[in-house]
Design a binder for this molecule. Structure first.
Ligand SMILES: *Cc1c(COP(=O)(O)O)cnc(C)c1O
Length: 387
């Protein structure tokens, strides 16, 4: 039996896979079982920040793998402590909780916000305001936080205490704060799954102000936007705000599962012994991979990300078949005249793997994608959007 047939027979039917079996790769190039070469414009879904089988990342990960691959959280390990130190030094946040995914990072943030308010104002202050069209994960609480009805319908009853207001509508948000016993507001500065939509600067600054005035926890979900993706280390840094809680995952581990919830001086002491935990959280191999990713996200490197971003925007703006282009850094959404599914298929046909978000083509290439690969991919995309 072919791998695709075995997969179809035994793996749960939750993914509509493309007819491509990936067997290996290097950097921004992937190779399929039929020997075809692809340029990787998705990097997983913004996960392999330095591409496939990156040498520096491999040596960091394998060195730790040969020392100790796991201990329980009853003991100290160096990669976990060093990664937390690095994250705090680079963001000004004070403490980190480690989990294994974006959803878990957000679960932690939700618990922090609710406990903060319960300790300070009372248990009834448990409502978290999130935005319509947001995406915060697939666990029941993060699904409830997600502001898209299509994810909700089949899984009622949802976790109570989430209210969704329209993005970039500060008045609606203020009204929701007034009408609910709120404890937090959670936003993505660029909505990823929702269609690569950037929030307005005025709105983001306004959200921070509303949070300050009402003693609400400002949570920024940086699961997709974080770790250099938008050209800043974290996307909130584009707006000059200081969140109380930041969550991140995807690109952090360079391909290994890790998620984290960063807390500032206001929230660092909310969780105490036994309030939260994770068997795999802070895994030393994943942490070693994350250290190698973070240490390379220097200002000089991020300036290169911006340059590549500008190249893609300049190349695709005004091109026939491109209605609009949105995003920041190497997180780019392209609204095409042609149905996006057709564009995607044609790109695959011509050796370029892209993603979609809603009705847009979505690009999340490795942050270190070689200029030559980027040029080639953009020319294939330009051709595909035309037809
Ligand atoms: C992907 C994503 C999540 C969920 O992350 P998982 O690792 O799949 O649990 C949460 N928030 C945002 C913004 C995401 O893009």
């Amino acid at each position: 039996m072919k791998i695709s047939e075995i997969d179809k027979q035994y793996v749960a039917n939750t993914y509509a896979r493309f007819p491509v079996e990936i067997v290996s790769g290097k950097g921004s190039y992937l190779y399929s079982s039929d020997g075809k070469e692809y340029i990787d414009m998705g990097s997983g879904i913004g996960v392999t920040a330095f591409g496939i089988a990156d040498d520096e990342w491999i040596s960091a990960v394998t060195a730790q793998l040969g020392r100790v691959q796991h201990t329980s959280n009853l003991y100290y390990t160096e990669p976990c402590a060093r990664l937390a130190e690095l994250l705090c030094n680079r963001t000004g946040m004070k403490k980190v909780f480690f989990g294994n995914s974006g959803a878990e990072a957000n679960e932690c943030a939700i618990k922090v916000a609710r406990k903060y308010a319960a300790d300070k104002k009372g248990k009834e202050y448990n409502v978290i305001i999130t935005l319509q069209n947001s995406f915060h994960g697939r666990t029941l609480a993060t699904l409830s936080a997600t502001g898209q009805d299509k994810f909700h319908e089949l899984f009622n009853p949802l976790v109570p205490g989430f209210v969704h207001t329209p993005a970039n509508d500060l008045e609606a948000l203020k009204k929701a704060v007034k009408n609910n016993k709120a404890c937090a507001v959670m936003i993505e500065c660029v909505q990823g799954e929702g269609g690569v939509n950037c929030l307005d600067k005025d709105f983001v600054l306004g959200v921070q102000e509303v949070c300050r005035q009402n003693d609400l926890i400002l949570i920024v979900d940086e699961v997709q936007t974080g770790n250099g993706r938008t050209g800043k280390l974290y996307s909130y840094m584009n707006f000059g705000i200081t969140p109380d809680v930041v969550t991140t995952a995807k690109g952090l581990g360079g391909g290994l599962p890790i998620g984290c919830c960063l807390m500032n001086e206001k929230t660092e002491s909310v969780l105490g012994f036994g309030d939260h935990g994770s068997t795999f959280g802070g895994n030393p191999v994943c942490a070693a991979g994350a250290i190698s990713v973070l240490e390379r996200l220097t200002d000089e490197f991020l300036a290169e990300v911006d340059k590549k971003s500008k190249y893609v925007f300049d190349e695709l703006k005004g091109v026939k078949g491109v209605e609009s282009i949105s995003g920041a850094g190497l997180m780019i959404g392209i609204k095409t005249t042609r149905p996006v599914k057709e564009v995607l298929s044609e790109c695959i046909e011509n050796g370029v793997l892209c993603l979609t978000a809603k009705d847009k083509l979505r690009l999340l290439p490795a942050l270190n994608i070689p200029v030559e690969a980027l040029k080639k991919a953009v020319s294939v995309i330009k051709e595909a959007v035309k037809n």
